[in-house]
Design a protein around this ligand. Structure first.
Ligand code: B12
Length: 319
């Protein structure tokens, strides 16, 4: 049991709730950590976790905390050799209704924070979503947060949506929270000098989050950029390039439907042709890209390429 006992922070991440919520549930409803080793902080056992899972599920379904706590305390939890607590939590509801795997977001091998985020997203709990993303951004930075936390949950929502046509409200709420978290990083950035990078979605492309991740990563690295955002018609993009003369342009396409290579050709033919044109995102097909266009494989590579452009321009200004 000792090895499986968890700290309050670890339990909060698993459940996708704030540590302060756990404290309240402990103080008001007696749902606290029961393992106590002399000289150590109290720790949550699997049985404690199972009760809290029930508490979380019921409160997110609109049951009052006092009523939810009553249920959580009454429900039998697995003994040491019993089934995993999550199975118990999935099985129990006041109405006796089952809440099985169809109501979860698959996150593959992603860690507890991603599972907590997925649960918070399912509950449409924007406060817990914001806290989880904000904490991970602060400790791990933008690239690791994108790859280890956000991407698995976003991909999981896509997978579940493709299978069930559901979760659209979850997708929209989470997208909004991710945008807000990245905007906070972007605002806090301390970039100096002119914006030599232009970020834009392809025409009719509404998937902006990967581009917002790139913008936040650039802000974190102190690189200035301009962001045009969603659904930029090819002519408008060329106009922006001609007016601002960026050294590099990143065009995001998420699906084949928005990946018309003519947008790239128009950029390459513009009077102020950028040094580097990046066609980013799963929409673009490598074999349909015009010569001279680079296709990054992931966020880290897109950031490296942007930094390389910035550094080469800095050197040419100094030299
Ligand atoms: C969130 C979301 C939305 C939100 C977007 C909100 C926003 N502000 O971005 C909204 C609700 C607007 C939306 C709309 C639609 N969506 Co949508 N959406 C998604 C979802 C769940 C996540 C998108 C995302 O951010 N992915 C980021 C990561 C998870 O994607 P990835 O492929 O792993 O990305 C990697 C590579 O691209 C690579 N990479 C390569 N180069 C670079 C460069 C950089 C800078 C970065 C960061 C990464 C990178 O690394 C990435 C990981 O880091 C996806 C599911 C999915 N798997 O993507 C569906 C998904 C993309 N959507 C889909 C669809 C069908 C739609 C709609 C057509 C739905 C509709 N009927 O209206 C519309 C399209 C509107 C349009 N014209 O653009 C489908 C697309 C299927 C297809 N292949 O054609 C998907 C796959 C869902 C599904 N399984 O059905 N969507």
């Amino acid at each position: 049991m000792g090895d499986e006992a968890l700290s309050a922070g670890a339990v909060a991440r698993r459940l996708g709730v704030a540590v302060t919520t756990l404290r309240t549930w402990h103080q008001r409803y007696g749902l606290g950590p029961s393992q106590h080793l002399p000289g150590h902080h109290r720790r949550y056992t699997p049985a404690d976790l199972a009760r809290l899972e029930i508490m979380r599920k019921l409160t997110s379904d609109g049951v009052t905390p006092a009523e939810a706590a009553r249920w959580a305390r009454q429900v039998p939890v697995p003994g040491p050799a019993g089934e995993p607590p999550t199975v118990v939590a999935n099985r129990v509801r006041p109405g006796g209704e089952r809440d099985g795997g169809g109501q979860t977001i698959p996150v593959g091998r992603a860690g507890p924070a991603a599972r907590g985020l997925a649960r918070a997203a399912m509950r449409l709990d924007s406060v817990a979503i914001g806290e989880t993303i904000g904490q991970t951004l602060a400790t791990d930075g933008v690239v690791a947060t994108w790859e280890g936390l956000l991407r698995p949950v976003l991909a999981g929502i896509g997978e579940r949506h493709a299978a069930t046509a559901g979760l659209i409200e979850v997708e929209h709420l989470l997208s909004r929270c991710v945008s807000e978290a990245f905007a906070t990083v972007a605002r806090a950035g301390s970039a100096t000098g002119p914006a030599r990078l232009l970020l834009s979605c392809a025409d009719e492309e509404q998937h902006t989050l990967p581009l917002e991740a790139l913008a936040a990563a650039l802000a974190e690295a102190g690189v200035a950029y301009r962001m045009l955002g969603a659904r930029v018609p090819a002519a408008a993009l060329v106009e922006a390039v001609n007016r601002t003369g960026p050294a590099a342009v990143v065009i995001w396409s998420h699906t084949l439907a928005t990946a018309d290579p003519a947008q790239l050709t128009a950029l390459l033919a513009s009077p102020r042709r950028p040094l580097l044109v990046l066609a980013a995102g799963p929409g673009w097909r490598a074999d349909s890209l015009p010569a001279g266009v680079v296709r990054p494989v992931d966020l880290a590579e897109a950031v490296s390429l942007a930094l390389a452009v910035r550094d080469s321009l800095d050197q040419s200004v100094e030299g």
